[in-house]
Design a protein around this ligand. Structure first.
Ligand code: SF4
Length: 261
């Protein structure tokens, strides 16, 4: 019997944006480690938002788990997990270590909050695919939905996304979660997305259990028209298909993770 009781990795899971994706969690704490406290977060409330980076799990310990994987089909090795992966100080080191032992592409799903920092951008530059959050076009909506840690400013995040897009040679996507509070600002968000210039835009609404209700399909199709008009390649959670993938990690491991990759 192969080992299915992993501590730091989970899946592979079928992902509407990544195909078959093996999740890697460099945070791996029972509590959420994040600089945001989004209203739609699947991990519950965050009473201790943070912006300081730290090593939560040693790179070698994560690599040992990955080396123990049986032969399995994976499209992406994805850094996500129980919070914001760029808070892990060893993110870049882990990406480089992974590249030495695996052939699959490497993605990072980030909330964009720390991208203004050069050390964070340098870490993200080591990935093949960066999926970065942008849920708002104004300061007010950013504060209302993402509820950022003190010192994380909307304008700073937008500038950092724009700069990173110019610098990053890999595949770059903006992920946008639409809920009641931002659905009427889709046009403004699409204007901003057009200025940033991602390879694709991923339009999401919370379909997993959380404190927000998902928007219906017709609202999401309407929202998508704004992005299409800008000439952006837009994919949405309702239209994108999912691969059939059999996870290696046990049900308990998958349940612990919670967050969608
Ligand atoms: S949804 Fe993601 S970015 Fe938002 S609070 Fe949860 S873990 Fe953090």
């Amino acid at each position: 019997m192969p080992n299915t009781d992993f501590k730091y990795i989970y899946g592979p899971v079928p992902s509407w944006r990544l195909g078959s994706s093996l999740g890697i969690d460099l945070l791996s704490r029972p509590e959420k480690i994040c600089s945001f406290d989004c209203t739609y977060c699947q991990l519950g409330r965050n009473n201790t938002k943070r912006t300081t980076r730290d090593v939560f799990v040693r790179t070698g310990d994560v690599m040992k788990e990955i080396e123990s994987l049986p032969d399995v089909s994976i499209d992406y090795l994805t850094f996500s997990g129980r919070g914001e992966p760029t808070l892990a100080l060893n993110l870049g080191e882990a990406i480089r270590a992974l590249r030495r032992i695996r052939k699959e592409k490497i993605s990072v799903i980030t909330n964009s909050s720390l991208m203004a920092r050069k050390d964070v951008r340098d870490d993200l530059l080591a990935a093949d695919f960066v999926i970065a959050k942008l849920d708002a076009a104004t300061d007010d909506v950013f504060e209302a939905i993402n509820r950022p840690a003190e010192g994380v400013l909307f304008r700073g995040v937008v500038e950092a996304l724009t700069d990173f897009r110019k610098e990053f040679p890999g595949r770059f996507a903006l992920q946008i979660m639409f809920v009641t509070a931002n659905k009427d600002t889709a046009r403004e968000i699409s204007d901003l997305a057009e200025l940033i210039g991602p390879d694709e835009v991923q339009l999401n609404t919370p379909l997993r259990p959380c404190m927000e209700q998902p928007l219906p399909g017709e609202d999401m199709m309407h929202i998508k028209t704004f992005f299409n008009r800008q000439g952006l390649r837009a994919v949405d959670v309702y239209s994108a298909g999912k691969k059939t993938v059999v996870p290696l990690s046990g049900a308990d491991t998958l349940r612990r993770r919670g967050k969608e990759i």
